[in-house]
Write a protein that binds this ligand. Structure first.
Ligand code: FAD
Length: 381
């Protein structure tokens, strides 16, 4: 085996590209191999929403201006399942960048930094002499599994797929909207809750529109998935005709499989790092990809414990917060109370954005205020 790498990364989405970029940032001489079954640019079913938090990660990776040519979106409107509404300006703007563009730019940046990028679909892994051998052809001291929601590498190391109860499915398309439409809209749905539709204007006269729900709720309809998702999207946004419809799974962080096994680290969707409240995953993919690369290079002898520690430091309290909130929000009344509170208080709105799109946590007094409002409205009913 002469094809030996310091780091082999499977999957060149945001998690894999971040791992590659970080590895070469830490050690410019490191031999880093980035594999993807597709050539770039490639499309990926996604809402294309790049949270402000993700831009901070891009800056950490040395790419602060990567999406500066896209229009910042400052206004966010959320409608709760019971019809409570908030429309407010976010503390830091979000962006909407089609994944065909965003992911290709990341991969190109990794290539420019000296990462070897190859088109290759990974099918087999084997641990041999302190290395992980990929498909019998390339060996890495560490492998980062960044191959997305239906990760092959995760299955190959014996970690079961995300359970249906903790997996969502969503369809997205593109629709024409007025060029000055600059409000990101999230419209939650009581029917099939938790479920929501979105419209995220790109800034060029198009918007990414979509609809998502949990897998068990979809299956409970007894109808073909495509008919349910496409039908609901059409019904919820009747004024928009969506094209290029494409669906994909979202493995939610409420069922985290752990950081990995042996010399293989799980990052991004392969490790269930999607926020269960919003379906946001790009920020977490960039962050976990970066942390995985740090563990791989700085703790090469035993990377899993190092990765576990850094995940806990970066996301531990946040993940516990979203575990608890995801449970509470099974009752749509809880979300109604949270959105109603956010409509009256800017600090609560900012905090919800931080929890839904970043690594935010909820201070106890605030949680108590929302629970009081929820109980009061439940008792009132
Ligand atoms: C409809 C929808 C809307 C969403 N909206 C948003 C949003 O607006 N904002 C947000 O932040 N998140 C959103 N998400 C979540 C977001 O898309 C994911 O969290 C994000 O793509 C995760 O990045 P990743 O790098 O882990 O995986 P991916 O982006 O899925 O990348 C995985 C890569 O691995 C490659 N691969 C797979 N198998 C193999 C193999 N065997 N060998 C080699 N390569 C392989 C794939 O080709 C792919 O390029 C949405 C998800 C969906 C489905």
């Amino acid at each position: 085996m002469d094809d030996i790498w310091d780091l082999v990364i499977v999957g060149a989405g945001p998690a894999g590209a971040a791992a590659a970029l970080r590895a070469r940032q830490l050690r410019p001489e490191a031999r880093v191999l980035l594999l993807d079954r597709e050539d770039f640019p490639r499309d990926k079913a996604c809402g294309d929403g790049i949270a402000a938090h993700a831009r901070v990660e891009l800056a950490t990776l040395g790419l602060p201006g990567l999406i500066d040519d896209y229009r910042p979106t400052r206004r966010l409107s959320v409608v709760s399942p019971g019809g409570e509404r908030v429309l407010a300006t976010v503390a830091r703007p979000n962006h909407v960048v089609p994944r065909a563009v965003f992911d290709a730019r990341l991969v190109e940046a990794a290539r420019e930094r000296g990462v070897e990028v190859r088109r290759h679909r990974v099918r087999a892994l084997e641990e041999r002499d302190g290395h992980v051998v990929v498909d019998g052809t390339a060996a890495g001291r560490t492998v980062v599994a960044a191959d997305g929601a239906n990760s092959t590498v995760r299955r190959l190391i014996g970690v079961p797929a995300s359970p249906a109860a903790h997996t969502a499915i969503a369809v997205r398309g593109y629709a024409d909207v007025p060029a000055d439409d600059d409000v990101q809209l999230i419209a939650m749905q009581r029917d099939g809750w938790p479920a929501y539709a979105w419209s995220f204007p790109v800034g060029d006269g198009t918007a990414n529109v979509g609809f998502g729900m949990l897998l068990p709720q979809l299956r409970a309809t007894g109808l073909p998935g495509r008919a349910v998702l496409h039908g609901r999207l059409e019904r919820l946004l009747p004024h928009l005709t969506a094209r290029d419809l494409r669906a994909h799974h979202l493995p939610l962080s409420t069922a985290r499989p752990g950081p990995g096994r042996g010399r293989v680290l799980l990052a991004g969707d392969a490790g269930n790092f999607i926020n269960p409240l919003t379906g946001e995953g790009i920020y977490y993919a960039l962050l976990t990809g970066r942390l995985a690369a740090e563990a791989a290079l700085l703790s090469a002898a035993d990377p899993v414990p190092a990765y576990r520690r850094s995940l806990r430091r970066a996301l531990g309290r946040h993940l516990i917060t979203t575990d608890v909130l995801a449970r509470a929000s099974r009752s749509p009344g809880f979300i109604d109370a949270a959105i109603a509170t956010a409509a009256r208080r800017g600090d609560v709105f900012d905090l919800l954005v931080d929890v839904g799109l970043g690594a935010g946590t909820v201070p106890l007094p605030l949680a108590a205020a929302v629970v009081r409002r929820w109980l009061a409205s439940s008792l009132g009913r």
